[in-house]
Design a protein around this ligand. Structure first.
Ligand SMILES: C=C(O[C@H]1C=CC=C(C(=O)O)[C@@H]1O)C(=O)O
Ligand SMILES: [Mg+2]
Length: 453
């Protein structure tokens, strides 16, 4: 069928086949699927509603464009889908041909060597993909077919997937020993915070998010599957992702959704404003109350709510935003949290929403362009994919993007991890420094690093 189609238009087309599968022996997380793959992704949402795992790379969409990157990805994806042959009886989101990938935080910044593998937009369609929904599982196989070949390769791929799914769990959950763990210029970072605070006090800026990084060196290569397992085990209430490309891996456990779109229903999350957790339940509750009533944190949070609300009002027929934030707690930190819901106007794509929302003042600042310039000037770092949108979209236009925080890049036997925080006029450099320390913890723990350093 698809061969005939390819012949008719005389070019290579995407052929995608999805079927429901009864998985042979359910491993708890299916993380072993990514083993030994150069290009792969693993995606899990906090409720385990959707887990999507893809390996192999049949088609890549990348862009080094600055202003056009969202649009370019969308245009190329639409072109591919226009000629694609899709067999998908699942009638679910997250099955069939699906594009996974991410955007760098700031394409106007200078690129640092550690991020050379990832372009300003880096997306791919996997060859083999499994989608685990709450009750059912689906297998999607994607191949590029040209007039000369046929689709017998599908049988071969299916066998390959069944073998993969029968893999044993990894034999060791140990990561190699750490030989060096270094905070990059903490003193300089606090000075940058002071500098930004005085800019903010001048009054023409409201908020700037400043981030910093840590570098960790291991005795041997870090195995992405092992890191992924640690994140899945330790950060059950967050989005857990791992994105592998050419042997580099970008992984994390982010609590922050940027936008989810299923049909006309869209959701975003305002998450900004933080306080530590306590092992003592009463103390923990008291800390949460302090956060809810704290003027500085409420201001930090409100700027995010206003901006996301503006974007939603522009693109939605209906918008639902609670008046007051509540708390979201992860193992290390509690945040102010406001969910935003809407019904999107017709013909507004998820990528268009991503473009309009990125970066929210939880990652960039207010006003957006001025804050970005300040970050570029004072941070002296390339965030790469950290704090950028990462996620997936299927051929029906459904998808979900999160902001890639609590994350790090793994390059062979090195890891670079990142953490940032919202600076406002009454920020204190030492407190903000301690806040980033807490935000490093999820990645540090997953990597076996020292958490109090
Ligand atoms: C930028 C980060 O966190 C953001 C998300 C939640 C709370 C934040 C804050 O309170 O500063 C940050 O805006 C990070 O974790 O690297
Ligand atoms: Mg903060």
């Amino acid at each position: 069928m698809s061969l005939k189609q390819a012949k008719e238009i005389n070019k290579t087309i995407l052929f995608s086949y999805t079927e429901k599968v009864a998985l042979p022996h359910p491993l708890p997380t299916y993380s072993s699927v990514i083993r030994n793959s150069e290009d792969y992704f693993y995606w899990k949402d906090p409720q385990n509603e959707t887990i999507i795992i893809g390996i192999g790379n049949v088609l890549q969409i990348v862009s080094e464009q600055i202003d056009e990157r969202f649009h370019l990805v969308e245009e190329k994806w639409d072109n591919i889908l226009e000629n694609a042959f899709i067999y998908d009886s699942a009638n679910q989101s997250g099955t069939g041909p699906l594009l996974f990938g991410g955007f760098t935080f700031d394409p106007n910044n200078r690129k640092k060597p550690e991020w050379e593998t990832f372009s300003h937009a880096t997306f791919f369609v996997p060859e083999i993909m499994i989608t685990l929904k709450e009750k059912e599982s689906f297998l999607t196989l994607n191949v590029m077919v040209n007039p000369e070949n046929d689709t017998t390769i599908l049988e071969h791929l299916k066998k390959q997937m069944m073998n993969i799914l029968n893999r044993k769990e990894q034999t060791s959950d140990l990561l190699p020993a750490i030989i060096e763990q270094e905070e990059m210029n903490p003193k300089g970072w606090k000075e940058s915070v002071s500098k930004v605070v005085s800019l903010l006090k001048d009054g023409y800026l409201d908020k700037v998010v400043l981030a910093r990084k840590m570098r960790i060196k291991f005795q041997q290569k870090v195995v992405p599957e092992v890191l992924l397992n640690h994140l899945l085990e330790q950060q059950k209430g967050s989005y857990v992702f791992s994105f592998g490309l050419d042997n580099d891996s970008f992984a994390g456990a982010s609590p922050e959704r940027l936008v989810k779109k299923i049909g006309e229903n869209v959701l975003s999350t305002c998450l900004a404003g933080s306080i530590k957790r306590s092992g003592d339940a009463n103390q923990d509750q008291a800390l949460g109350k302090i956060l809810l009533e704290d003027k500085k944190n409420r201001h930090e949070h409100q700027l995010v709510v206003s901006m996301i609300a503006d974007v939603f009002r522009e693109h939605c027929r209906e918008v639902d935003i609670p008046d007051e934030p509540t708390l979201m707690k992860t193992p290390d930190i509690q945040h102010l949290y406001t969910p935003v819901k809407g019904k999107v106007k017709e013909n507004t794509s998820i990528l268009h929403l991503v473009e309009s929302l990125h970066p929210t003042p939880a990652l960039g600042g207010t006003p957006r362009q001025d804050a970005m310039k300040v970050i570029r000037d004072v941070e002296n770092m390339d965030r790469g994919l950290y704090a950028g949108p990462i996620g997936w979209m299927d051929y029906r236009g459904n998808g979900e993007f999160i902001v890639a925080i609590r994350s790090g890049l793994i390059k062979g036997n090195e890891a670079f991890i990142y953490a940032g925080c919202g600076i406002v006029a009454d920020s204190n450099p030492e407190d903000e420094y301690l806040e980033t320390k807490i935000k490093f913890r999820p990645m540090l723990r997953a990597l076996g690093g020292k958490e109090d350093e």
